[in-house]
Design a protein around this ligand. Structure first.
Ligand SMILES: NC(=O)c1ccc[n+]([C@@H]2O[C@H](COP(=O)([O-])OP(=O)(O)OC[C@H]3O[C@@H](n4cnc5c(N)ncnc54)[C@H](OP(=O)(O)O)[C@@H]3O)[C@@H](O)[C@H]2O)c1
Length: 273
């Protein structure tokens, strides 16, 4: 099978303003002269990313809207049609994670917001843009889920559920669009990004994270390498590979093993689990 041809491709990336999204944007522009269309809510963050690209900022444009708003996706589609814009790849990357907390200390309002951002936004973007993506010879959809989709650890009931929904949605799309479009499910492991901004990480948390986590630039590189190889499932990061292997090999025992490890680590980030 031939490699995915990134050269000069037009790639839409949600959540381009932070973490993996901005790393993917930089690497796709620097390595392949991709035209990246970023989606995010914060103009200042998008402008900062554009500036960081130097002369190459001409390869980057952005739209600011909330990905949970279905109408904004329909408006983007109408804008693309009017301008004759033909995207090649859609990367649904924007996501949020509430602090680690038992579900009994959480609320269904949080679940609604997390599901809207981590799952429904991908449904809206695919609904709006699939017809345009299908017109490209290299049309592709890439959904950034998480290792949590395979390994729902204690304290992440809502986040894991949203990532599990995105995983199953994507895996069904892979089958439905087989032969017509490349669809990939990406499950990264831990990486220190803005995702943990509400968690008040302390020194121990950060040390542990850098011990078994993956640098965000390396994560983006691994994702791009997997996409070039047209992998339908990309487990990015050694923790994602290990935890998914354990969860697949021993599904009845893996989650209680992770809970024991987390409790044993006495890390501040896991709170009172
Ligand atoms: N970091 C990890 O350890 C890890 C592990 C596994 C999976 N993931 C997944 O990887 C993806 C990227 O996360 P990250 O770690 O790069 O987090 P991040 O640094 O917080 O970046 C997420 C980006 O999404 C954007 N965003 C959030 N909600 C949005 C909304 N409603 N509408 C539009 N944009 C929105 C944010 O930009 P604005 O605030 O400007 O809108 C932000 O730039 C997420 O789906 C996350 O679940 C991360």
């Amino acid at each position: 099978m031939s490699l995915y041809d990134f050269d000069g491709a037009t790639v839409i990336i949600t959540g381009a303003s932070g973490g993996f999204g901005s790393e993917l944007t930089k690497q796709l522009i620097r390595r392949f002269n991709c035209r990246v269309i970023g989606i995010g809510r914060t103009k200042e963050k998008m402008e900062a990313l554009a500036e960081s690209l130097g002369k190459r900022k001409i390869f980057f444009k952005y739209y600011t809207f909330d990905v949970t708003d279905k109408n904004s996706w329909q408006r983007l589609k109408a804008t693309f049609e009017k301008k004759g814009e033909r995207p090649d790849m859609l990367i649904n990357n924007a996501g949020i994670m509430p602090p680690f907390r038992k579900f009994e200390d959480e609320s269904s309002d949080t679940a609604k917001q997390v599901m809207a951002t981590n799952f429904m936004a991908a449904v809206y973007s695919c609904e709006a843009l699939l017809p345009l993506l299908l017109q490209s010879y290299r049309g592709a959809i890439v959904n950034i889920s998480s290792s949590a989709a395979f390994s729902p650890i204690a304290g992440t009931a809502i986040y894991s559920a949203s990532k599990g929904a995105l995983k199953n949605f994507t895996q069904a799309l892979i089958e439905e669009l087989d032969g017509r479009m490349f669809v990939s499910l990406v499950c990264p492991g831990v990486s220190e990004t803005g995702l943990f901004r509400d968690m008040d990480l302390n020194k121990d948390d950060l040390e542990t994270m850098s011990g078994f986590g993956t640098d965000k630039a390396d994560m983006a590189k691994a994702i791009i390498e997997g996409l070039m190889l047209r992998k339908k499932l990309i487990l990015a990061g050694k923790d994602s590979k290990l935890m998914t292997a354990i969860s697949n090999a021993a599904p009845a025992h893996a989650n209680s093993l992770y809970t024991k490890v987390m409790k044993g680590a006495h890390l501040h980030i896991f709170g009172e689990l």
